[in-house]
Design a protein around this ligand. Structure first.
Ligand code: APR
Length: 280
């Protein structure tokens, strides 16, 4: 089957993007995109979050993001939230590249698993982002669903290390636990995720998967939905998912910021990229 790509490397991707045939690029992001911002990913051996939660005395690492565990004991989550809360981290070069794709009117959708809101912070338009696992941007009571004030939440999370006070619903007679709108294990993905398969199957000319182990479904299965005529590129430290199973898969192993810099060099976008990144 003739591929849209002449070569399955950075040059081939750059040529396809510059060809005018590649009009709609969709991205799938994971925590590996934000490690350069200082936010640990989840599963990298040694440095990943799940390898460093001993201080929280969890039955197993993922419990920190499980809704039933949170209901009984919200302290481990809020201890972690205090460390990860948006505001002290800066978008990376890779986040700036996503904004650059949008500036070139080439971004169809950025599907992200990340909860750090760095895509928004980088200036990617909100209608071009689907935060499949939610984010820290908003929060609500897990009992009555009443939204909780943003400023008050930020203040309580930032002070949590001292006073260990967990935010609770202020609706009269409720006092339910407040949780950021992050999708915990055991919770449904946000309604906007339901449009994802259609976007990849019918409205994407190139899928780029960056910084994810592709281990959590249904998000990971989006990578399997690319039609044959839509090339896929993986930018990741290690080979993941079913990448390499298609003749025209482009597997670019390495640190995403370095690979993105090389791709922008090939595209003649290096200066624009650095300028955008400096602005974030
Ligand atoms: N450049 C490229 N790849 C990187 C980099 C980097 N700088 N840093 C880490 N990686 C790679 C790792 O090698 C790994 O393959 O990114 C991937 C990160 O995988 P995970 O830690 O599993 O993170 P992610 O795939 O986002 O996890 C998915 O799991 O716990 C849930 O809801 C949580 O959204 C999260 C989901």
């Amino acid at each position: 089957m003739a591929s849209a790509l002449e070569t399955t490397d950075v040059k081939g991707i750059a040529k396809y993007i510059k060809s005018g045939k590649c009009k709609k690029i969709s991205l799938m992001l994971g925590a590996g995109v934000s490690t350069a911002a200082g936010i640990p990913d989840f599963r990298s051996p040694g440095t990943g979050l799940y390898a460093n939660l001993a201080r929280l005395n969890l039955p197993y690492p993922e419990a920190v993001f499980e809704i039933n565990f949170f209901r009984n004991n919200p302290v481990p989550f809020y201890t972690l939230a205090h460390e990860l809360y948006p505001g002290k981290f800066r978008p990376t070069l890779t986040h700036a590249f996503i904004r650059l794709l949008s500036e070139h009117s080439l971004l169809r959708m950025c599907f992200t698993q990340n909860i750090d809101t760095l895509e928004r912070r980088a200036g990617v338009p909100a209608d071009k982002i689907i935060e499949a696992h939610g984010s820290f941007a908003t929060q609500r009571c897990i009992k009555c669903r009443t939204p909780f004030d943003d400023a008050k939440m930020k203040e309580m999370v930032l002070k949590f290390s001292e006073d260990k006070v967990v935010p609770r619903c202020e609706k009269k007679g409720c006092r339910g636990l407040v949780k950021p709108d992050i999708v915990f294990f055991g919770e449904a993905l946000p309604p906007e995720f339901s449009q994802s398969p259609k976007i990849i199957q019918r409205e994407t000319d190139l899928l780029i998967v960056i910084g994810t182990s592709l281990t959590v479904h249904p998000f990971a299965s989006l990578a399997l939905l690319c039609p044959d005529e839509c090339p896929r590129a993986l930018i990741n430290i290690d080979l993941v998912g079913d990448f390499g199973s298609r003749d025209d898969d482009v597997v670019l192993l390495g640190k995403c910021d370095e690979v993105i810099e090389e791709l922008c060099e090939e595209l003649g976008w290096k200066e624009e990229l650095m300028k955008l990144w400096e602005e974030t």
